[in-house]
Ligand binder design. Structure first.
Ligand code: PEP
Ligand code: MG
Length: 850
């Protein structure tokens, strides 16, 4: 209502007309800015969102007032103007007002053929876009003459039983009505909502006097921009086409010429140097005054330049970073603005190779986008084949029903991973993100025919092992062959933007990193430390799996300790490598977590190999493996329960951690160490483990005569641990919320199986989002808030963080800031996005309070 009183439904755009992008749309507001900059913009009237809403329900604005500024025989265009140009809108309609009389008049001015061509084009676009007639009946003829015009007008009459409307105002009413209704259509609504438009997003319209672009002297139209849309580097890009209108010069128009002097052919700079120089000056002016890189649509009318429109340059992620940083470095926008202008999700695109957005995609199947980036390789169906393929130097894509820890080495060796089962926190997804390997999971429409070594697509096409496919882990698509790619770009602009983000950020960002490679990535992306080192991955490497299996099969505690003594130096080396890379920072090591049976083979061949290795009868090995299997392993003998039942494992790990710390310190590496206990549900578990870890620390201090400290903390990932956080925190220096398991247990929803029905749940609105993907603030969030509050009661200075996969997301970061958490920890490749998101969240808060 406020808008109605301040703004009129129809506004002639002048430098001081009352206008706002929120009322008239970005295009209309931008035109006013161009007019204020004294650019030669033809007369324009803006229709507000309210006016267009009224038109859609049949209430027309004052048409006489709308048409009056354009004189008795107007020739007009109408263009859409929504708040965000990316939301799309109906196509522009040009040459409204064209009729028999105007045609005759123009034929005298610009020649018969040019005038007829204009009339033909108008009848065509009116018939197709306004009257919604069959486009096949209104193809533009090759020759623009009286006969073809008559035929087109007759076709219109035949289809509608009416003669082609001759009154400009009548034509205008129909154009406005069709554009207003098109905006309300279901497809348009869904498309713009997918781009972030709110359900009630409005459409404004701009009605503008045509600048002809056809006729005597140098006449034509073109489009110019001043940066490269892919890279953001300064570059004049565009085309100009003589005797044309609108955006005719783009696409593959015959005769379109370059803008700047070019060896390959004629250019606007040669043809019309003055207009070209003016365009260059306008570009610089737009950048300075509109504080943005703009694309300008222009017309040359008998040698004179007209500026019809300017829109924000469409840009790839890489370009958006470069443009924002350059604007701030040139003093045009403050650094805060530059930080706010880049979408954090866009950063993750820059860290990985991507399928070129312009490439043609031959889709095999769509799954869940689980680890961003794209990679191409030959299909392999087992981890062994992946390793063999890597050994041959051949790129491969590991395709599995789902992955298990036994597949890790295959995943390492593969360029990308595809699974039929699993969701965003399944094994394949977590490991994929950790390794930076593009991954699509839950492609349940795909069938693996193991016997024939085939993968069958939903459309029946089959792909054999060895066939080349591409995994696009950013979109969740699996594609045939090798589409063109864009390389990752960690350029100076990217680093600069993140340094600025760090200036505004008020929450820490650490990385979840298990291997030296992960740690190096985390360090390269300026993570402040490691918030979660999952140690179990270390046991799957090379020769360790065998030793691990011996440990599991050990008859007595002494036998077990003897085997663990062989694992100790290997673990120590792992930690030493990690600590050296993370010199000067904190590393939080989580003690062993997964169920033991994950280390055991599941098929007959594997069982036979194991029997051979242990020199035991196959029947005994099979029996022991069966005895270890659980109905519900994720809720079974894992995490701290193993630490209580088989304490030697944690003893060995604690020793390896302390000895590694002492060893690297001797080399001058400063490192701060934290030890974290997984899957705690009771305070007594913490007491018991703490007592043993303290004892190991004392033993190592005595043996090495070194002094060191460490902090012991708890991973809060069962609902009970959150509820009992007060007494747990009395024994824990920090609480780190494992939101993967906490979500699983809060919902009673298996994180490995939820992918099967999650899309049905989300589509029907049972859950707003996949809670493994987007932190469930209402439910899991309440447990986090309770845990944080009670934890502080038990220990006022307890350090609080999140280390589940949600850690890098906007929802989690905003939640953690609001609840005073100290840091978030996420996969290394999500660290840059988390730094930017945290800065934007802090800046948004600052703006609210200003
Ligand atoms: C968690 O449960 O949130 C977590 C980080 O641990 P993991 O994913 O290893 O179970
Ligand atoms: Mg967990």
């Amino acid at each position: 209502m406020q808008q109605q009183s301040t703004y009129k439904q129809l506004t002639l755009i002048t430098p001081d007309a009352a206008m706002s992008a929120a009322v008239h749309g970005e295009r209309a507001k931008c035109l006013q800015r161009l007019i204020r900059l004294d650019m030669p913009v033809p007369m324009t009237v803006a229709l507000s969102f309210d006016a267009v809403r009224d038109i859609a329900v049949g209430n027309l604005p004052d048409m006489a007032a709308l048409m009056a500024p354009f004189g008795p025989q107007p020739l007009l265009s109408v263009r859409p103007s929504s708040l965000d140009p990316d939301w799309g809108g109906p196509s522009a309609i040009l040459n409204i007002g064209m009729n028999d009389a105007r045609h005759a008049m123009m034929a005298a001015q610009i020649g018969d053929s040019a005038a007829t061509a204009l009339y033909l084009r108008f009848v065509q676009s009116y018939a197709v876009h306004v009257a919604r007639l069959d486009p096949d009946e209104f193809d533009l003829p090759d020759v623009a003459d009286a006969a073809s015009l008559r035929a087109m007008l007759d076709a219109y009459e035949a289809e509608t039983d009416e003669t082609f409307p001759q009154e400009a105002a009548v034509q205008m009413v129909e154009v406005l009505r069709s554009m207003a209704r098109a905006w309300d259509g279901t497809t348009a609504r869904l498309l713009r909502q997918a781009k972030g438009a709110p359900p009630d997003a409005g459409l404004g319209l701009v009605v503008q006097a045509m600048a002809l672009g056809v006729g005597p002297g140098e006449s034509g139209s073109g489009v110019i921009q001043y940066v490269n849309s892919a890279t953001g580097q300064p570059q004049i890009i565009g085309r100009y086409l003589g005797q044309s209108q609108g955006r005719d010069a783009l696409g593959d128009a015959d005769g379109a010429i370059y803008l700047t002097c070019d060896k390959r052919g004629p250019s606007l700079e040669d043809l019309c140097p003055q207009a070209f120089a003016q365009l260059v000056a306008y570009g610089a002016m737009c950048r300075r005054k509109l504080r943005e890189e703009m694309q300008i649509e222009f017309t040359i009318e008998n040698g004179g330049l007209r500026i019809l429109d300017a829109v924000r340059v469409q840009r790839a992620s890489r370009a958006s970073v470069r443009i924002a940083v350059a604007l701030a470095e040139d003093g045009i926008i403050p650094r805060e603005d530059a930080v706010m202008r880049v979408e954090p999700a866009a950063l993750s695109e820059l860290l990985h190779r991507q399928v070129d957005p312009r490439a043609k995609r031959d889709l095999i199947v769509r799954g869940i986008a689980a680890s961003p980036g794209a990679a191409t390789g030959r299909i392999v169906l087992t981890a062994n084949e992946a390793q063999a393929s890597a050994a041959r130097g051949e790129a491969c894509v590991l395709v599995r029903r789902e992955t298990t820890p036994e597949d890790i080495r295959g995943m390492h060796a593969a360029q990308a991973v595809l699974t039929m089962r699993g969701g965003v926190t399944s094994h394949a997804a977590v490991i994929g993100r950790g390794l930076g390997v593009p991954c699509v999971v839950g492609a349940s429409d795909l069938v693996i025919d193991r016997k024939r070594g085939l993968v069958v697509a939903p459309d029946g096409r089959t792909f054999a092992a060895g066939d080349v496919i591409t995994i696009d882990g950013t979109t969740g698509q699996v594609l045939v062959g090798e589409p063109p790619m864009l390389e990752a770009a960690l350029d100076g602009a990217f680093k600069t933007l993140l340094e600025w983000a760090d200036e505004f950020r008020d929450i820490g960002v650490r990385a979840n990193a298990d291997t030296p490679a992960d740690a190096q990535t985390a360090r390269n992306f300026a993570a402040e430390g490691i918030g979660l080192c999952r140690t179990e991955h270390m046991f799957f490497e090379g020769d360790r799996l065998g030793v691990m299996r011996e440990m599991i099969f050990a008859e007595s505690s002494d036998d077990r300790r003897a085997v663990l003594d062989r694992l100790l130096p290997m673990q120590r080396e792992d930690f030493q490598a990690l600590f050296e890379i993370m010199a000067g920072k904190t590393v939080c090591v989580r003690l062993f977590d997964p169920p033991l049976h994950e280390f055991l083979p599941s098929d007959r061949a594997g069982l036979r190999d194991l029997a051979e290795q242990l020199a035991l009868p196959l029947s005994e090995v099979t029996e022991r493996v069966e005895a270890l299997s659980e109905y519900n392993p994720m809720l079974g003998m894992r995490g701290v329960r193993l630490g209580i039942a088989i304490p030697e494992i944690y003893d060995m790990q604690a020793r390896a951690i302390f000895e590694a710390m002492v060893a690297v310190r001797k080399k001058g590496v400063d490192i701060s160490v934290e030890i974290m206990i997984p899957l705690v549900s009771a305070m007594r578990e913490v007491e018991l483990v703490k007592a043993r870890v303290d004892a190991v620390a004392t033993a190592v201090r005595t043996k090495t005569k070194a002094k060191f400290d460490y902090r012991l903390g708890v991973m809060v990932e069962t609902p009970r641990a959150a509820l009992r956080a007060q007494d747990i925190a009395e024994h824990a220096a920090f609480l780190s919320f494992g939101t993967n398991d906490l979500t699983q247990m809060t919902y009673g929803l298996s994180r490995d199986d939820a992918g099967r029905f999650m899309s049905a749940y989300v589509q029907q609105g049972v859950y707003a989002e996949d809670p493994f993907h987007t932190l469930d603030i209402e439910g899991v969030g309440e447990l986090l808030a309770i845990g944080a509050e009670r934890g502080r009661l038990g220990r006022p200075d307890v350090v609080l963080s999140i280390c589940g996969e949600h850690g890098g997301s906007r929802a989690a970061i905003e939640f953690c800031r609001a609840h005073g958490f100290d840091y978030v920890s996420c996969s290394p490749f999500r660290v840059p996005g988390a730094r930017l998101t945290a800065a934007q969240s802090a800046l948004r808060d600052r703006m609210k309070s200003d």
